[in-house]
Design a protein around this ligand. Structure first.
Ligand SMILES: NC(=O)c1ccc[n+]([C@@H]2O[C@H](COP(=O)([O-])OP(=O)(O)OC[C@H]3O[C@@H](n4cnc5c(N)ncnc54)[C@H](O)[C@@H]3O)[C@@H](O)[C@H]2O)c1
Ligand SMILES: [Zn+2]
Length: 387
């Protein structure tokens, strides 16, 4: 496999059986989106899916750049609670009503919710039409838009219905992140820290040294971080499309993260924030099991804490966390499988960690709350601007 260099300006490529596609990451790319997709747009009917928030902020800019192509716009309400089958029915009905054919193209323009539901709708409409991801949250640019996992939630749980269906292209413009609320930006940055710990020590150093620039959305630092994450995910997915052992390393911080989200009924934490606690827990477990040195653990703890604040673990029901851990997809033959750091840039999958040990670690973390003592307390200037 060709190694994607996340720091070069050339496109990053995902190569999976039956699909190969480029991820373009450039400041101001939204203004050139039409040009970047020229060959894909030519001669076909184009549909553009977005949520109402993203559309009101950036829709006009994207439409202008797509000209002379005039896509039909399909808008869905903002928010995770709309990531469900009823919304897929609405989207696919609109596609049908407006004459979409096998050759039509769907552009999914928004955060992970729009990307997941757009990809899913594209995968099932007429048994599959092509689509492009244009992610607008940091989480979507570093993670969800890459790798072909699509889906919706059921009342019984998140992402229970879905497909593996890769886009034809991913277009990421870090400029759109200027309007993203700080909390959402930080949540995405925890996924970037995850990428650094599992496979990119240089990214780890970048996140350490350029923290303030990144949190202030300074173009170069943010662009380098996004490129490195996208390159890492593209590499992992290209080697292991459907979650064999390699792709599972992307779950670092997620075993506990998912349990915390479920135990708080998805109200207290953004996904990335729960993953932040999950990474701290996994780091402690790795030290306790003699698999990670104290000095490396300290660096991981400090980096995670410096990208806070994150809601606390106070009053979390341990029994509910334990129950969620038990039903997690990462339980195999009754034992928890954990992704634990071995050193910065390398993780391993360790079997046989007892849920009660995890609960013990969470209790310690709740007491210590590293987010209260880190440099995140340095105030950053307000950053919400209009495009
Ligand atoms: N497919 C995958 O591999 C994968 C991986 C991780 C997460 N996910 C999914 O991603 C979803 C979460 O994605 P998310 O965090 O992007 O949430 P989201 O799509 O709900 O976006 C978060 C909020 O930010 C707003 N927003 C988006 N872009 C904006 C911008 N540029 N400026 C201002 N506001 C903006 C949205 O309208 C929304 O209110 C979850 O459903 C999760 O399951 C999927
Ligand atoms: Zn995640």
């Amino acid at each position: 496999m060709t190694r994607n260099d996340g720091r070069a300006s050339s496109p990053i490529t995902v190569n999976v059986p039956g699909a190969s596609y480029s991820i373009l990451i450039e400041e101001g790319l939204l203004d050139r989106a039409g040009q970047a997709m020229e060959r894909l747009l030519a001669g076909r009917t184009v549909f553009l899916l977005s949520d109402t928030t993203v559309w009101s902020l950036w829709g006009r800019k994207l439409l202008r750049s797509l000209q002379p192509c005039r896509p039909r716009v399909i808008l869905i309400p903002t928010g995770e609670r709309h990531k469900r089958l009823a919304t897929v029915e609405k989207i696919t009905s609109e596609l049908a009503q407006h004459g979409a054919e096998r050759s039509s193209l769907l552009l999914a323009f928004g955060g992970g919710v729009v990307g997941d539901i757009g990809g899913f709708a594209a995968s099932v409409f007429l048994r599959g039409i092509e689509y492009v991801q244009i992610p607008t949250t940091l989480l979507a640019q570093v993670d969800s838009a890459i790798g072909g996992k699509t889906g919706v939630n059921l009342t019984a749980g998140k992402n229970l219905v879905g497909t593996f269906y890769h886009p034809r292209m991913v277009l990421s413009d870090p400029k759109v992140l200027q309007t993203l609320p700080q909390r959402q930006l930080r949540a995405g940055l925890f996924e970037a820290i995850k990428c650094a710990v599992i496979g990119d020590p240089d990214l780890f150093t970048l996140l350490e040294t350029e923290r303030d620039s990144i949190l202030n959305c300074r173009p170069e630092a943010l662009l380098n971080a996004i490129r490195a994450c996208a390159a890492l995910k593209a590499r992992v997915v290209s080697l292991d499309e459907k979650e064999g052992d390699l792709r599972r390393i992307l779950n670092f911080g997620h075993t506990v993260g998912h349990a915390l989200e479920a135990a708080t009924r998805y109200h207290r934490f953004l996904h990335g924030e729960a993953v932040a606690w999950g990474m701290l827990a996994a780091t402690r477990l790795a030290v306790q099991h003699g698999r990670l040195s104290g000095s490396e653990a300290k660096r991981i703890d400090a980096l995670v804490a410096s990208y806070g604040p994150v809601p606390s673990l106070e009053t979390i029901d341990s029994a509910a966390v334990a129950r969620s851990l038990a039903v997690d997809k990462k339980v195999r033959e009754g034992k928890l499988h954990f992704v634990l750091p071995r050193r910065i840039g390398e993780v391993e999958i360790v079997a046989g960690i007892a849920p009660r040990e995890v609960i013990g670690v969470l209790k310690e973390l709740a007491k210590a709350n590293p987010f209260l003592h880190s440099k995140q307390r340095t105030a950053l200037p307000a950053r919400r601007i209009q495009p």
